[in-house]
Ligand binder design. Structure first.
Ligand code: HEM
Length: 278
């Protein structure tokens, strides 16, 4: 037990846990970017159907989804907590000399130096993202099977068709890409995988991974802005909003009771006999 506490409170322990939690987040973000590729479908009606089916799958109230969300949230919170803790500890260890003796100077990139700041930005970004999209306006949509589900496509496309939001997402993707790029190389170093031959390859893979993720999201933001502002899409958005109001009424309508009032005295008599006179 003692060794666990020692490991968890050591600097290397914290860094390694940051690496592991970061890896979980990096895998999520790649999967999320791939899932959002459906926004690139020029057939917007088909895009609406497939995007809603996909997000319904992710947000469905299933035990598996809750478990994944719990792991993700724990990884995210632990990652942020350890990042801030390590930063404060490093600052304290450096003492009052602080930045006057900057060992990073020259040897590390701009991304390394700004890791904590880009990290804080990502935290802010994720909070706004959850507030505006996941917990944003809830529109209703009826799929081909007749089920009434959430129209996540409409919430997303409404947001991205706004130029301000589209530009904000583009800037955010640059910062997230930068954070990811440095984090991957640094995580491998922390895990002790620093090798003359392998480290440069790992760095290249890190660059490719972060470029693919950031560029993928950026392309999706641009596509959502473009498709969202086409006349056909504007019409579909308007129609979907109207449909949502009708569907909401259906969803909130009081459920009809199974009890049916007997119409006549004979019917009362019959039901009395069938109930055995109870
Ligand atoms: C073009 C860019 C993006 C779009 C269109 C988008 C869209 C969405 C949508 C529709 C949801 C709700 C449905 C779902 O769970 O999939 C969502 C959830 C989420 N997004 Fe994004 N997203 C984008 C970028 C990002 C980025 C860059 C991050 C992380 C840095 C991120 C993190 C999350 C998280 C953590 C959730 C909650 C997942 C959950 O509840 O399990 N998203 N996003």
């Amino acid at each position: 037990m003692q060794w666990i506490i020692k490991y968890l409170t050591s600097s290397i322990g914290k860094k390694q846990i940051m690496g592991c939690t970061g890896a979980v987040l990096a895998l999520f973000i790649l999967g999320h970017m791939v899932g959002n590729l459906q926004l690139l479908n020029p057939d917007v009606k088909a895009a609406q159907a497939s995007y809603n089916a996909y997000t319904q799958l992710l947000t469905g109230k299933k035990a598996f989804i809750y478990a994944v969300e719990a792991v993700m949230s724990a990884a995210f919170l632990l990652h942020v907590f350890l990042a801030v803790k390590l930063k404060l500890e490093n600052k304290k260890a450096r003492g009052p000399v602080g930045y006057a003796v900057n060992t990073r100077k020259g040897s590390k990139s701009f991304a390394t130096f700004t890791m904590i700041w880009s990290g804080i930005f990502v935290l802010g970004f994720v909070i706004q993202h959850l507030v505006t999209i996941k917990f944003g306006t809830h529109y209703y949509y009826q799929n081909e099977a007749g089920e009434i589900i959430r129209d996540m496509w409409l919430t997303t496309i409404d947001m991205f068709s706004n130029l301000g939001w589209a530009v904000f997402y583009l800037i955010s993707m640059f910062v997230i890409g930068m954070h990811l790029f440095h984090a991957i190389a640094s995580a491998f170093q922390t895990m002790g995988i620093a090798h003359q031959k392998w480290t440069p390859i790992i760095e290249k893979v890190g660059i490719a991974y972060s470029v693919v993720v950031a560029l993928g999201f950026a392309i999706e933001a641009v596509a959502a802005f473009y498709f969202g502002n086409l006349d056909a899409t504007k019409e579909l958005r308007e129609q979907s909003r109207k449909n949502s109001i009708e569907l909401e009424k259906k969803v909130n309508a009081p459920k009809t009771s199974a009890f049916v009032m007997p119409a006549s005295a004979e019917e009362i008599q019959v039901s009395y006999i069938l109930d055995g006179g109870r």
